[in-house]
Design a protein around this ligand. Structure first.
Ligand code: AMP
Length: 194
């Protein structure tokens, strides 16, 4: 199995690039944001609670997202690998993920960290808000809160993986094809070294 974390702030292109990467490398896409939005759409108690935090641009509790990821790993035993998108977002989540993967005899192969400037992120998210139907994409204050949460709690997650030489920074500004080529090149390098 080869497992990838697509890392980066909100609006850095994780969702878009994930779609292309899972098709090319035949991976299972696990986006905690998408899983949470499914819970909201289904009107579950978890979804109702999560929506309040998501609408404020805050992270939902670690136990909630770790529980969802644990179920998703169990539900997909026969895959080539997982592409984690929007997870882990805290060091506690990264530690929990390591344990879950270890139980399955696997680990994270590479962390691809997309880098995009704050002003470009705000511009992209407001633009996405015109069509995404996501309430957290329409309000600039909520968008800025999400970026602050990223800086305060998520950016350090890259440090967690650095000692294992697993993090590769990728310039997340350019055309979709250019960024996809950079991501693919790094994955191919790691796969051939495996
Ligand atoms: P995303 O779709 O990844 O931009 O996530 C949208 C929102 O869902 C975030 O702003 C958080 O409120 C919540 N969320 C998604 N993934 C996580 C996570 N791994 N940990 C905590 N909250 C999350």
């Amino acid at each position: 199995m080869f497992n990838i974390i697509l890392f980066g702030p909100p609006g850095s292109g994780k969702g878009t690039q994930s779609e292309n990467l899972i098709a090319k490398y035949n991976l299972k896409h696990l986006s905690t944001g998408d899983l949470l939005r499914s819970e909201i759409a289904a009107g579950t108690p978890l979804g109702v609670e999560a929506k309040k935090l998501m609408d404020a641009g805050q992270l939902v509790p670690d136990e909630v997202v770790v529980g969802m990821i644990s179920s998703a790993l169990d539900a997909n035993p026969q895959v080539n690998g997982f592409l984690f998108d929007g997870f882990p977002r805290t060091t506690a989540q990264a530690e929990a993920l390591d344990k879950l993967l270890k139980l399955k005899g696997t680990e994270i192969g590479v962390v691809l960290a997309l880098e995009v400037s704050d002003e470009e992120l705000v511009k992209r998210l407001l633009n996405r808000g015109l069509t995404s139907g996501r309430s957290d994409d329409t309000n600039e204050n909520v968008i800025r809160n999400r970026i602050v949460e990223y800086k305060n709690k998520t950016a350090i997650v890259a440090d967690y993986y650095k000692p294992f030489d697993k993090v590769k920074n990728i310039k997340g500004e350019g055309t979709l094809d250019e960024i996809f080529a950079l991501l693919s090149k790094e994955i191919d390098l790691r796969l051939s070294a495996n």
